[in-house]
Structures are given as C-alpha cells and as structure tokens.
Write a protein that binds this ligand. Structure first.
Ligand code: MF3
Ligand code: CO
Ligand code: CO
Length: 246
C-alpha cells in the first residue's frame, strides 16, 4: 500500500506494534527445552490479547500463528513438538492483522550459548537489512534495496536465498512489489513516498540453494548450513525510512 492518510499511517504502526510485542514475547519465552509449538502459543496469545489476528494462520492453509525455523530451516518452519536446545538458532516470523492493516517482522534468536559463526550469521542478516535501508528512499528503486542486501551478504561470505523475497504490505500481507534480496542497482519499480514494504534478508552460512520439505512449507538450506532471517515492515519517505517493527 502507499500510505496516503494519517489513518493509514497509524493503522500500519499499530499493526506493526502487535508484531513487535509478539516477537518480544517469543524472545523472552525461548529457552532450551521449550517446543516450537509452545513458542507459537505465546505468539498467538500476545497477538490476540492486543485485539489483533494472527494472519499467517490459515494463509494458503498455513496452520499456525508464527513460522518458527530452527537451524538449517530458512523460513516457514511449522511449529511442532520439536524441543529447542542450547546452541540452536531459532527464527520467528510473525504477521498480524489489526483494523485492516498488516504488520510483518522476523528475528533469529540464539538459544543459550551458540557457535560464534552462528552469532555472526544472525548479526549479518540484521546488518544486511540496515545496508538496504540506505536505499529505502523515495525516488530510488527496488533494485537498489536488493543489491544492497546482496552485496553486504556476498562480501561477508554468506549465501543469499533467492527463492523467496520481501514484498509490499498493507491491507494484505503480500502486495506488490516483490522485494528480492538480490539484484542490480537502478532496476525495478521506483520507491514512492508512503510505500509500505517488508524487507527481509534470508541468508545462509553456505549457498543460496534451498529446498522445500515434504510438508510443503518448511524451507531448508540445500547444503544443511544454518540460516538467519531478519525482517521489518517499513514505510518509505522522502528522507529516513520509518521502520515500524523495530
Ligand atoms: N511472514 C511471512 C513473510 O515474511 C509469510 C508467512 S506466510 C505463512 O512473508 F503462511 F507461511 F505463514
Ligand atoms: Co514475515
Ligand atoms: Co514478509
């Protein structure tokens, strides 16, 4: 959506606030021995308590309020009775609908003491997002964001997943334009003042290649390397982008 009124701006902010709270609740809950289904329950409860709807649930048949992706799972991990253990990295991706507006964000959390290389991976996903924010300005183009993510990750030796992209967001979870994490500067749609996008680097310690599990959702790295995901909902402006889910 392109935010045109104060009502739109406030609507997007409020939906994003729900997502932020739910991520925070998940982060506080995650520890060795909890199941990903229990994490999801905390997420769903937080969203509903705030009067919002977990819009992932039922989206194209997806069964839960959050996507919880452990270690080599990149995204779309389905919550289950799997126990989270010390040393795991756990990505939590949440979409919430409030008053007709969607917010979408993801973080990767370290469980207890993790490998240094995994902590660096998590940090790189966040840094790649902020590298992209330098280009999230009205008048620039989607390809500027894409190339900034790709450049940051490849220079630092990470694989950038190509099978999935960021996206426009607004009244719907996924709206045009796609926001790929790879591409060339000066290409793609122009960024307009007020455009709402979800920018979401998905990166691996190995290559960009992924496959989808038998469950038809779980996206895993082809080489078994660990992956991280960092996503925020953003409003493009003529100046600094407004990052709603921070
Ligand atoms: N939140 C995801 C995204 O960033 C979409 C999840 S859809 C679901 O685009 F159905 F898998 F939940
Ligand atoms: Co998401
Ligand atoms: Co998204």
């Amino acid at each position: 959506m392109i935010v045109k009124t104060d009502a739109d701006r406030v609507g997007m902010r409020n939906a994003s606030r729900v997502v932020k709270e739910a991520l925070c609740a998940a982060q506080n809950f995650i520890k060795p021995g909890v199941t990903t289904l229990e994490i999801d329950a905390v997420v769903e409860e937080t969203i509903r308590k705030m009067g919002a709807i977990p819009s992932s649930k039922g989206f194209q048949g997806y069964p839960n309020a959050s996507c919880i992706s452990v270690n080599d799972v990149v995204v779309h991990g389905i919550p289950s009775l799997t126990l989270v253990k010390e040393g795991d990295i756990v990505s939590v991706d949440i979409t919430a609908l409030l008053n007709g507006y969607q917010g979408d964000a993801a973080r990767t959390f370290a469980v207890g003491k993790c490998a240094e290389a995994d902590l660096k991976l998590i940090d790189a996903a966040e840094k790649a997002f902020f590298a992209a924010m330098e280009y999230a300005v009205a008048g620039k183009r989607i390809g500027d964001i894409s190339s900034a993510v790709e450049m940051y990750c490849t220079v630092h030796g990470y694989g950038v997943v190509r099978a999935l992209t960021g996206h426009g967001i607004g009244h719907k979870m996924h709206e045009p334009p796609d926001v790929p994490n790879f591409g060339r500067k000066n290409t793609g749609p122009e960024l307009k003042n007020g455009l709402c996008i979800a920018v979401e680097p998905m990166i691996t310690r190995g290559t960009w290649k992924v496959y989808i599990d038998k469950d038809n959702w779980t996206v895993r790295t082809a080489d078994g390397s660990n992956a991280a995901h960092y996503e925020n909902t953003v409003i493009v402006t003529d100046g600094e982008p407004e990052i709603l889910t921070l």
